[in-house]
Design a protein around this ligand. Sequence first.
Ligand SMILES: [Zn+2]
Length: 165
Amino acid sequence: MVAMSSFFDAPEPRRVLPGDYPLWDEALALVNRDLAVTLPEQRPLRLLGLPAYDGGEGENVYVALADGEWHGNFLEPAPADNLAVALSAVTEAAQDTVTELLWQAWPLCEEHRLGMHPREEDGRLSWWCAGAAARREAAHIRAAVGGLDALVRPHRPNRRRRSRG
Ligand SMILES: [Zn+2]
């Protein structure tokens, strides 16, 4: 369900404190590393809590820009010890918020200038790029989520040779 705060009954968002959700903190720290190298002008994303709709004590947690805006779904509560599940949920929510509110694909593959997608690869959540079919460059995994800063220069394992025919 997509959250839309209405003018009349918008509940007050709560800034989630470090340690309230340790696994989501850990996951968001990884995603923020990628944000820092790809959109250095953006301040880190943060977690924001809103009271659950049912009026109970629970809250729904969103991944928001530094200014508190977000887009998309709240995070599905994950098993407390499963970072992979948490990272997948946080990455997806972060991507929704960044792409929708900043109106740009994020993160971009530096080689192909394409928006990448999170995908499980060898047990790690990674950024996947569709490649450039027109140039016969295959889809590829760019880096693990949280690892884009390791790519100081574009990684080109298959450098194209200047040959014709
Ligand atoms: Zn690419």
